[in-house]
Write a protein of this length. Structure first.
Length: 118
């Protein structure tokens, strides 16, 4: 007689668990990595990208390549900068940059978790 072939075993009771099933334990163990991704993405989009973007260094152009004259008043410059930061091209570039930084930070966290043995 085989060790797992008892008469009290139902049809599906002796089957191995599905390796592709998402369990509460797997969701709980993925939460720190999702948190690292979201935090790194938010920091990159809100703080890092505006300082690194071309629009931050070039006050005469906005996100749509409109040129502002150098003798324009400060209020017009401010409105011009706000309009440039709201363009879809600028937002898309910011989110692509943030996603890249977030994925890199998550990969770093995964590597550190493997090294530590957590």
């Amino acid at each position: 007689m085989w060790p797992f072939s008892s008469s009290s075993c139902a049809y599906d009771a002796c089957a191995p668990p599905n390796p592709h099933a998402i369990t509460a334990a797997s969701l709980l163990s993925a939460l720190p990595f999702a948190g690292v991704f979201l935090a790194a993405n938010a920091v990159a989009v809100r703080h890092v990208f505006p300082k690194l973007s071309r629009a931050a260094h070039d006050d005469t152009r906005d996100g749509e390549d409109h040129v502002l004259p150098s003798h324009a008043p400060a209020a017009l410059r401010q409105a011009h900068a706000e309009h440039g930061s709201k363009s879809w091209r600028q937002r898309g570039a910011a989110w692509a940059f943030g996603t890249t930084v977030g994925l890199a930070a998550t990969l770093g966290a995964l590597i550190m978790a493997e090294i530590v043995g957590a």
